[in-house]
Write a protein that binds this ligand. Structure first.
Ligand code: ATP
Ligand code: MG
Length: 261
C-alpha cells in the first residue's frame, strides 16, 4: 500500500512494480506549455463520458500553484468534466513553483520517482476503465531527476495525443514532438490543433495549411481544429466543441483495443 499526501510529500509502503497492462488510457502531451492540454484533456474526457464511458482524468504532477483556489490543472480538469474526485486524487503531486516538475519537486524537497508517480495514479487506474492523462509542458520536459515526460509515457505504455497551436511554428514543434514520442516507441493517436490564441490563428496565413503539412510530413493524423471557447469552459461547451470539430474515433478505437488486450 502506498500513501501520497497532497502538495507533494510522499511515503511509499511496500509498493510493488505495476503490471504495465493495467494502464489504459491516453496521454495528452503538447508542443509546449500553455498550448491547451488541460482544455483538450477535459474536452475529450467529457465527450467520452457523455457517451457513457467510465473515463477519469489524471494529472500526475503539476506545478505553478497549489490546490485550493481552483486554478490548478487538476481543479480545471474536474470542472470541465463534472467528475467528483478530489483534486489531490487527480494531481497527487502539486508544487507551487512555476518550474519544470523535476526542478519544482527538488525545490520543495520532494524526491519524485517514476515508481512514486505510478503508485500515486493506481487508485485512479483501478476506478476507471481508462484515464485521460495530462502531461506537464511538452514531451521533452524533465519529469524526475533522470527522466523526461516521454519516458513516463513509455513506462505507462499508453498512446499519446499531441496538442498543438494553429499558427506559424507549429509544424516544426509538432513534428519534433512526434519524433521524440516515436523514438520512445509511443504510438501517436493524433494531433489536435487548438485555437489557443484566436487572433493569431485567424490572421496567421500559415494556419490554413498547417494541418495538411503535419499530416504529410509527419505521417500523423490531425483529428481536428478545436475552437476558442468563450467564457468558462463548461462540460457542455467542451462536449459540443468536440462533437462539432474533433474526430475522436481513433481515440475510441485505441481505448477499445486496450480493453480487449
Ligand atoms: N480552445 C480554447 N478556448 C479558450 N481558451 C483556451 C483554449 N485553449 C486554451 N485556452 C486557454 O489558454 C490558457 C492555456 O491553456 P491550458 O491551460 O489548457 O494549456 P496547457 O497546455 O494545459 O498548459 P500547462 O503546460 O500549463 O499545463 C488557459 O488560460 C486556457 O483556458
Ligand atoms: Mg495544463
Amino acid at each position: 500500500m502506498h500513501v501520497v499526501s497532497a502538495q507533494g510529500s510522499e511515503k511509499l509502503h511496500g509498493w510493488n512494480a505495476p503490471d504495465r497492462k493495467r494502464w489504459r488510457g491516453l496521454f495528452v502531451t503538447g508542443t509546449d506549455t500553455g498550448v491547451g492540454k488541460t482544455v483538450i484533456t477535459a474536452a475529450i474526457a467529457a465527450a467520452l463520458r457523455s457517451e457513457g464511458r467510465n473515463v477519469g482524468v489524471w494529472k500526475p504532477v503539476q506545478s505553478g500553484a497549489l490546490l485550493g483556489k481552483g486554478i490548478t490543472d487538476a481543479e480545471r480538469l474536474l470542472r470541465g468534466t463534472d467528475i467528483s474526485d478530489r483534486p489531490e486524487q487527480v494531481a497527487p503531486f502539486t508544487f507551487a513553483a512555476p518550474l519544470a516538475p523535476a526542478l519544482a519537486a527538488k525545490q520543495a524537497g520532494v524526491t519524485m520517482t517514476t515508481a512514486g508517480l505510478l503508485a500515486a495514479g493506481e487508485p485512479l487506474a483501478e476506478r476507471y476503465d481508462a484515464l485521460l492523462i495530462e502531461g506537464a509542458g511538452g514531451a521533452a520536459v524533465p519529469l524526475t531527476s533522470d527522466t523526461l515526460v516521454a519516458d513516463f509515457i513509455a513506462e505507462l505504455g499508453v498512446p499519446a495525443l499531441i496538442v498543438a497551436r494553429c499558427g506559424l511554428g507549429t509544424v516544426n514543434h509538432t513534428l519534433l514532438t512526434a519524433a521524440l514520442l516515436r523514438q520512445r516507441g509511443i504510438p501517436v493517436a493524433g494531433v489536435v490543433m487548438n485555437e489557443v490564441d484566436p487572433a493569431t490563428s485567424r490572421d496567421d496565413p500559415s494556419t490554413a495549411a498547417n494541418a495538411e503539412l503535419i499530416e504529410r510530413y509527419g505521417g500523423l493524423r490531425v483529428l481536428g481544429r478545436f475552437p476558442w471557447i468563450c467564457g468558462e469552459a463548461t462540460m457542455e461547451k467542451l462536449v459540443r466543441a468536440v462533437k462539432r470539430h474533433i474526430d475522436i474515433s481513433p481515440i475510441r478505437q485505441m481505448l477499445e483495443n486496450a480493453r480487449s488486450q
